[in-house]
Design a protein around this ligand. Structure first.
Ligand code: NAP
Length: 315
């Protein structure tokens, strides 16, 4: 009997990793075991994955001791860290360090690392166009992931650096959807001017990562960006208006105005959008929609995403 492959997935109870687990299980490959990694195997979301057919195993990126056992025997690993749970880029980087070390120790043959740009390569700390945050960062949640790329390279673990895009699901879960203005008309704030923003359905990140895991490692470190569509704020607003059946106005603002909105993380997101606007050509070039579709032909565009999810956007 041929031995089954084991694919281990971090963030399995969340958006990205959940998409990976579901996409792998949906393929019903008899030679594949899917290991869903979580800090709390008894949680309701973990149990849902067990019911779908995943093996649920405990692993905590903050606790290096848990990782070797969790990864042992894995033929491929999907890894994502969750900056927003703690807001510390140092902690996110330490989690990635634990992960790279454990993957090296147990000789993981292929790791897909969900990453983003270290914006300090484009905007050195002394660049005053965008203020420095937390003393050492321009966009902490991007910078830490990008800085972690070097850890995986140095580990010698064959790694695919998967550059993700803005989830359209942020319109539902992250408070970034349109809101009524003083005149009652829906306003969609996106501080990108007329520059297009690469976006994606979060679940499609999982489908792309699953495909990469099944394809196996390339030589050394490979790097790939994914997006479902690149759209300006005005184009997104127009499509939302169509889907919601009421007008939506795109509202642009500059970085400082956006940061002054004052919600938790506003300064960080203001810097993030400023980076994506300022370095738009390079940022978009890394995320080819055509190449993403080759990887995952079922990739949704924004109109298709809206057809499924517009009713979930809180207005
Ligand atoms: N929103 C966007 O547009 C966007 C775009 C690109 C990238 N990102 C990045 O995506 C990341 C979040 O991913 P997501 O949206 O998939 O998260 P999510 O849906 O909020 O879920 C977080 C996942 O991380 C797991 N997790 C958290 N801390 C852990 C730890 N110490 N050890 C092991 N697992 C841990 C959780 O598992 P348990 O609780 O079960 O342990 C859960 O499965 C963030 O870092 C963000 O920067 C977001």
């Amino acid at each position: 009997m041929t031995q089954k492959l084991i694919f281990s997935v971090f963030g399995a109870t969340g958006a990205q990793g959940g998409g990976v687990v579901r996409s792998l299980l949906a393929r019903r490959l008899p030679h594949l075991r899917v290991r869903a990694l979580t800090r709390v195997p008894t949680s309701a979301p973990a149990q849902v994955l067990a019911d779908l057919g995943a093996e649920v195993v405990r692993a905590d990126l903050d606790d290096a001791q848990t990782l070797g056992k969790a990864l042992a025997g894995s033929d491929a690993v999907f890894a994502v860290t969750n900056f927003w749970e703690h807001g510390s880029p140092e902690r996110e980087l330490l989690q990635a360090r634990h992960l790279a070390h454990a993957a090296q120790q147990v000789r993981v043959p292929h790791l897909v690392w969900s990453t983003l740009e270290d914006t300090r390569r484009y905007l050195p700390l002394e660049d005053e166009r965008v203020p420095t945050l937390m003393q050492h960062y321009k966009v902490p949640h991007l910078d830490a992931k990008g800085a972690a790329n070097a850890l995986f390279r140095a580990s010698g673990v064959p790694t695919t650096l998967l550059y993700t895009s803005f989830y359209w699901d942020n319109l539902i879960h992250f408070g970034l959807g349109p809101k009524p203005g003083t005149d009652g008309m829906l306003q969609f704030v996106l501080p990108m001017g007329d520059k297009p923003l690469p976006g994606i359905a979060a679940a499609d990140i999982g489908a792309c990562a699953a495909e990469l895991m099944l394809r196996g490692p390339q030589r050394g470190t490979q790097s790939l960006g994914i997006a479902g569509e690149h759209l300006t704020g005005a184009q997104m607003a127009a499509q939302m208006a169509e889907a919601l059946g009421r007008p939506v106005r795109h509202v642009d603002m500059d970085r400082a105005q956006y940061a002054a909105l004052g919600f938790p993380g506003a300064d960080e997101l203001a810097n993030m959008f400023a980076f994506k606007r300022e370095f738009n050509d390079e940022y978009r070039a890394r995320r080819s929609v055509a190449a993403s579709r080759v990887l995952h032909p079922g990739m949704l565009d924004f109109r298709q995403w809206l057809a499924r999810h517009a009713c979930e956007v809180p207005l």
